[in-house]
Design a protein around this ligand. Sequence first.
Ligand SMILES: Cc1cc2nc3c(=O)[nH]c(=O)nc-3n(C[C@H](O)[C@H](O)[C@H](O)COP(=O)(O)OP(=O)(O)OC[C@H]3O[C@@H](n4cnc5c(N)ncnc54)[C@H](O)[C@@H]3O)c2cc1C
Length: 452
Amino acid sequence: MSNKAEVVICGAGIAGVSAAYHLSLRHGVRDIVLVDERPPLSLTSAYGTEAYRNWWPDLPMFRFMDRSIGLMEELARESNNAIRMNRRGYVFLTGDENRVQELTEEADAVSSLDGGALRVHRDAGSYVPSRPEGLEPDLTGADLLLDEDAVNTLFPFITDDAVAMLHVRRCGWLDVPSLGRWMLDRIASRGGRLVQDRISRVVTVNNRVRGVTLESGSVLETGKFVLAAGPLVPEAGRMLGLDIPVFMELHGKVVVEDRAGVLPPEAPMLIWTDPIELVWDNDERETRSADPATRYLTEPFPGGLHIRPRFRDGKQTFLGIWTYDIKPRKAEFPLEFDPAYPVIILRGLARMIPGMRAYFETADAMQVDGGYYCKTVDNRPLIGPLPVEGAYIAGALSGYGVMGSQAAGELIAAQVTGAALPDYAEDFSFGRFDGLSSDDMLKMRDATRGQL
Ligand SMILES: Cc1cc2nc3c(=O)[nH]c(=O)nc-3n(C[C@H](O)[C@H](O)[C@H](O)COP(=O)(O)OP(=O)(O)OC[C@H]3O[C@@H](n4cnc5c(N)ncnc54)[C@H](O)[C@@H]3O)c2cc1C
């Protein structure tokens, strides 16, 4: 192997692979080395729900995501949809008449950012359901359906007290392993290399990147180094003498083989927006509330529980995820989830989908996986140059690293090659936190903005 590279990327998660893809395929950089101590896309990027949405409350994130979705559509077309991208939408549900106003305001806000029209339906007559497969690039905006009976007819498996639904259309999901394979194959076909090793040191001379040392002992000379180390970015940043301003939240999901057929395979992403009391019978509730260690299981959880079907490896499953625990942490491995998490998810889901009772008895033993959302205080990513010449970062992709991967790859590739930058580049710069004390950062903290 040549011990020189034009660009070395630390991390072959979705951020690193997308960076390499855009450098290689869109800018013609041939000599790229992706270094990862693990197999590609096997840390955080392997454990998400793989979903995307243009539903963001602030302009830079909206424009970034909209661009990213556009680039994913291009990739879907080029690959004959090998990445299995669909446009099923996100369906936000409520059982509370008072929330309808809030849903309307949220929809109006996104609409005003150029997110497409909000269409209000008093009955199902003019509402068009989404197709389970394929892309509908022109389908955008959102549909607010205010007819309880119509919601029930559309989704008969949902509780009959859902009073309204907001169907956001430029959303869906894709297959991350296929997306990763598609990009890696093309990077390799253009001369890019993948090296399984750990970067243990970055060599700098006069504050300029000169190379990296690998744990195996090899040295790679390079003048351009991209940090795409996911939740390990604080540690990786220290190799450059930098304090990367991020923290982690640990989020899990359950993957349940849907043997009871509770969630139709063609369902969209479903999100219950009201606070939820887990479904217990009276005895169960009493026992739990009597014990301080389990009392929290009888108290209301915040809204935002979501579920979507997935067919993979010959099995029809559903993925359940609920990001209620937003305690900031440091990344520690192996991951440790609350042992009650699958019970919380299943008993929460039963509020929205009563058929989930079929899984109550087995919930205790259900497997949980997931990873860290690596975040900044404003929940925007860090993409751009670092204060060491030749060093860049593509990270802090929080809970949106898959949907944002293409715009992130495009932006970091433009930064590295000196190409024209999009208008949101400055909003994601490392420099935006320059001169801020940790107190200032605490004050500007808005780390759940846009998080579902
Ligand atoms: C439960 C859950 C659900 C999610 N759902 C969604 C979703 O629906 N949609 C969405 O868009 N996003 C979602 N996400 C977020 C998304 O998964 C992440 O934002 C994304 O995977 C981050 O990718 P990454 O490449 O930055 O990090 P990672 O995938 O963690 O990759 C970082 C890589 O860097 C390597 N590395 C680090 N340090 C070194 C070193 N020194 N030397 C060599 N290699 C190194 C690691 O081995 C690792 O492979 C979800 C995340 C979770 C946890």
